[in-house]
Ligand binder design. Structure first.
Ligand code: SF4
Ligand code: SF4
Length: 56
């Protein structure tokens, strides 16, 4: 399992501040999760206002 940010991201930046291990950064057109850093806690998915973060 892994968390990914989809095209529903509106680049609000909320998830970046919520991630405990700083795995999220601003990408080209949407925010991105560094899979090697992510500890799959799910906090970002719950914080995203557009439900852009999916568990896959
Ligand atoms: S919280 Fe959701 S909409 Fe906001 S930057 Fe993160 S993924 Fe994008
Ligand atoms: S699932 Fe947790 S560790 Fe992974 S990117 Fe989201 S907030 Fe960060």
């Amino acid at each position: 399992m892994a968390y990914v940010i989809t095209d529903e991201c509106v680049m609000c930046g909320t998830c970046e501040g919520e991630c405990p291990v700083e795995a999220i950064s601003e990408g080209d057109g949407k925010y991105v999760i560094d899979a090697d850093t992510c500890v799959e806690c799910g906090t970002c998915a719950g914080a995203c206002p557009t439900e852009a973060i999916k568990e896959v």
